[in-house]
Design a protein around this ligand. Sequence first.
Ligand code: SF4
Length: 576
Amino acid sequence: MPLTLKLVTGRTIEQGRSMESGGKFSDIYRRAVAVAEMNPKDIEIIGIKDNVKITSVYGSIVVNVKPNNDIPPGTVFIPMGPWANLLTLPITEGTGMPTLKNIDVYVEATSEDATPLDAILRFFGVNKIHYKPAERPLSVGIKRVVYDVPCPFCGEVCDFLTIELDGEKTSRVLNACPIGHAKFMNYYRHRVLTPMIRQESNGDFMEVDLEYALDKAAEILANAKYPLIYGLSSTCVEVTELAVELAEITRGVVDNTTTLCHGPTVLAVQEVGSVRITLGMAMNLADTIVFWGCNPMNAHINHIRRIILPEGRFVKGRKERKIIVIDIRRTDTAKLADIFIQIEPGKDYELFTVLRMALRDYDIEVPSVAGVPREKIYELIEIMRTAKFGVIFFGMGLTQGGAKYKNLEEVIKLVQELNEWSKWALLPMRGHYNVTGSNHAMLWLTGYPYGVDFSRGFPKMIPGVTTTIDLLVNGDVDAALIIASDPVAHFPQKAVENLMRIPKIVVDPFWSLSASVADVLIPSAVTGVECEGTVYRLDDVPLRLKKFVEPPKGVLCDIDILSKLIDRVKKLKGLA
Ligand code: SF4
């Protein structure tokens, strides 16, 4: 019997690791993300034997099913990726953030094969996949060790890695999590090494030299009335600064991936402020740590060994730290917690509100709120009230669900009020390694942290209007420059449909779905391996990424590519 369930999307270790080791066209990536995790009871009720067909108001996919007792009945979990995104909702409700969690989907058994990647791309009008990955040549011979290397993958930016090299080949990575390890070991694989232009005659890629590719890219941007410059979270802040300049001279809009992750957090901070600390303070001071709507065991794996396990100045390691996880499913992080509170999907706002009531000693008149029994709510607020120092780490479970930035306003108010009793702070678990830095650079240059529009000659930001998903869904922009990002793999399908209709310039070191559909594809060097640059860790601490390998011949760092592009656009627009 088919059922209507709630779809939740999110990161997993395998999604991150397979992306770095095999690339997005690989079988291991497909196996990691084209899968629906469901409670065995739901699988039995639906009668799933082979695969499962999942349909939302926007699309339909067939994927493998994986029984998982940690997924509550009534919920289906699909890792972030092209399959999940055929089902997600482009509706941002004026926040810029599409709805990627708690989506009603119709789930039925099927004997159809799982939807292949080329069928997804065909859906977007791509009849032939253009995928020409190369391995960058690696010289070997001189052995050396590089210490204190920051990892350019997630917002944790672990800066204590040791990399052992044989010439340019990584032979060993120490202190990284499995995803960081895969990143450094495989930096030479799935590379774009030659600039390419799509030929109008047959739609195929043609290899060109860099100068020609830059000329073509500049032409597209100079001729566009309202171009979008997007990405920027997986490169350094110096690139964001240049992207802002480019948006200003083209009268376009510049946005980073915040629009799809912690945009609601940024909006809430603008409304009600925040109480922030650094990771070092959390490790040294916090005796109570809450993970709310985030799963660092899968997405920020070293967070556990940095913050939870070590001995801090005032807390003697794990045994003196109380760990609480609040989530809709029993995540891997929940399995190492002292207390796990399972909440109904999309009900975080209600739970924050009732916690604030309980903190003020108001009676809770109903037996449960958000699926959490009243007694447990009283117990939780007592733990929070009496903590010596508490931190709430939160993730996209709060930002991508129904209440979006209202969730964040409410948790910030809870933390502010807890500070009348104890000391509490909160930190967002940012995804990309420099999404925080991209926000900072846009903020100091324009006054706005993302979604910055220059169409009138001065910067403005209107969430839900000048934010990428809205711009694409409404068909507002007429060209796109995508820097170090893969929107085709991560945007809701309605946004991708419209992205496919406009000329696209992609600057990326690696092959991605977006690279495969570019009109102009410009290879770049890997920031944090082949280029240095400044990034901001998730707690706003700036760090300097290292360069310890020369880029491949003829491949430039993002900073140089953007600088050359700006020079050309200025000339075409008569501004040079
Ligand atoms: S936790 Fe993040 S930054 Fe640290 S090693 Fe793993 S992927 Fe890299």
